[in-house]
Design a protein around this ligand. Structure first.
Ligand code: GLC
Length: 534
């Protein structure tokens, strides 16, 4: 059956919007965003025609990694509000016919979590095996050569019980032992807790890390390592990540979701295409959407992008639904990577490709990475590896709502600084400007949601030469031709074997909209257009 004839679910048809809760809206004047703040801003999200909101962790946490170190999976951090605030938010999201996706962090807890406190209390504690404990080598060294993502060894010595424990990230984030069935059950219960409340799905943190080699073999050395890279890159994580048994775990999570109605799971997975595909699971019994981060990692070049889209499309398992991402709280913002003018073209790409798009908050107004002076850096990844420019603070700065002091984000000094130009780059100013990137995002999402060809239609590449990226999106009744100039210089589209005629529906240069084009068309630098074909 063709994809367009099947029933599609909300997470296939709609657009997802990611909120980094510390930075969206502060309602109580402490300089940090919170749940009531998000509730105040739901209309902004709704007016963009977003279907689902994913919020980064909101749970109890000592905040060593800003909430990705959880000390209670079933409670809300007071900084963000209370469980009542959460219930109110969930209701408010549902009242607007939107969905709520929570961040599930199953790979590791905080070292302050009661499970770890018990586990580290003695070697014979019943929870000892809930984490990964190992004896030192005879010379006292670490059990193997594994490195932590945030710098240094992945093993931390515990003086009290005279063993090492494994942590893929900070030492304050010990990894759970997912080979232990009690751990599995405990985390599946966490899922049930939130699903029973009515949460619509999870974005699962570092899914490909969840199971490690049973023998804990040394990782091989990476011969391509360069000094400017994070120290973690010195080794190839062949034994510490992406182990075959991870799929059994993902399948168990999927079964929990499937016992509820229309819930879903996105997996955070940074792996090459062929490995990423395995996370859909046999017969689609894995993640609904293994995050596709291709657009974050490849060069901004038409040939490169086109070939990656084709590889990705070609590798999808039967019935596996695609998805695309331009940014998140761990990666430089798209506007900083490709520049202001290309960020508009990027928006058109994201919102016309086949598959679920995820938008990172602030990208809809073209927010850029904000330079954070060294003495204000807060991200542990930046602090632990100074000089490598790895801090993620620049992409986590407060949402720029208006021209007022603190950009309408807070009544007091925000936890991270705002950029100098926030009085120009903000939601309110752009709302009044029909040529703004915000206006473009709004129209792109609206058209995508109105046109089945764009939200569930098929994809076909159209031959074009760099810097032009060209493709069709279509159903049996409607076809759209998308032309994107990925350079700053003009270019011309004159296909030899493809005769087209249509009307420009949306253009990054709105002055051209409504014009009829046929056979060939010239594009300005940084121009993208969606043509409704006859
Ligand atoms: C994921 C999160 C990142 C966090 C890490 C450790 O990659 O996206 O922000 O630091 O996991 O939990």
């Amino acid at each position: 059956m063709k994809d367009t004839q099947q029933k599609h679910l909300w997470w296939q048809e709609g657009v997802i919007y990611q909120i980094y809760p510390r930075s969206y809206q502060d309602s109580n004047g402490d300089g940090v965003g919170d749940l009531q703040g998000i509730i105040q801003r739901l209309e902004h999200i709704k007016s963009l025609c977003i279907k689902a909101i994913w919020i980064s962790p909101l749970f109890s946490s000592p905040m060593a990694d800003f909430g990705y170190d959880i000390s209670d999976y079933c409670d809300i951090h007071p900084l963000f509000g209370s469980m009542d605030d959460f219930d109110e938010l969930l209701q408010a999201v549902h009242d607007r016919d939107m969905k709520l996706i929570l961040d599930l962090v199953p790979n590791h807890t905080s070292d302050e979590h009661p499970w770890f406190k018990e586990s580290r209390s003695s070697k014979d504690n019943p929870k000892r095996d809930w984490y990964i404990w190992k004896d030192a080598n005879e010379d006292g060294s670490e059990p193997n050569n594994w490195l932590a993502m945030f710098g240094g060894s992945a093993w931390e010595w515990d003086e009290h019980t005279q063993q090492y424990y494994y942590h893929a990230f900070l030492k304050e984030q010990p990894d759970l032992n997912w080979r232990n069935p009690e751990v599995q059950e405990a985390m599946l219960d966490v899922m049930r807790f939130w699903l029973d409340k009515g949460v619509d799905g999870f974005r699962v943190d570092v899914m490909w890390h969840m199971i490690k080699d049973e023998q804990l073999r040394d990782n091989p050395v990476n011969p391509h390592y360069k000094a400017h890279q994070a120290t973690y890159e010195k080794l190839i994580p062949a034994y510490s990540t992406d182990q075959p048994e991870v799929h059994d775990i993902v399948h168990k999570m999927r079964k929990v979701l499937d016992s509820y109605d229309e819930r879903m799971m996105i997996g955070e997975i940074y792996l090459p295409i062929h490995k990423l595909m395995t996370y859909y699971g046999t017969d689609k019994s894995g993640a609904h959407l293994p995050f596709n981060f291709l657009l974050l990692s490849i060069d901004w070049d038409a040939t490169e992008i086109s070939s990656n889209i084709n590889q990705y499309e070609g590798a999808l398992p039967n019935g596996g639904w695609p998805n695309w991402v331009l940014g998140n709280h761990d990666q430089p913002r798209i506007t900083s990577r490709v520049g202001k003018a290309q960020a508009r073209v990027a928006a058109m790409l994201l919102l016309t490709l086949r598959g679920t798009p995820t938008i990172y908050y602030g990208d809809e107004i073209g927010m850029r990475d904000v330079p954070i002076p060294p003495d204000e850096v807060q991200d542990p990844q930046g602090l632990n590896m100074p000089g490598l420019n790895l801090s993620r603070d620049p992409q986590r700065t407060p949402m720029q709502w208006d021209r007022s002091e603190n950009a309408g984000f807070s009544e007091s000094k925000p936890w991270l600084r705002l950029p100098e130009d926030y009085r120009r780059v903000n939601v309110k100013t752009q709302l009044e400007d029909e040529f703004s990137i915000y206006a473009l995002y709004k129209r792109l999402i609206k058209l995508r949601q109105e046109e089945p060809a764009l939200h569930i239609g098929d994809y076909r590449p159209v031959v074009a030469s760099s810097p032009l990226l060209a493709y069709l999106r279509y159903t049996s009744d409607q076809r759209f031709l998308i032309l994107l100039n990925l350079s700053h210089k003009p270019c011309h589209f004159a296909p030899e074997h493809f005769n087209f005629e249509g009307t420009i529906e949306i253009d990054t240069l709105p002055e051209r909209e409504g014009a009829t084009v046929s056979k060939h068309v010239s594009l300005s630098g940084d121009e993208g257009m969606i043509i409704r074909l006859k």
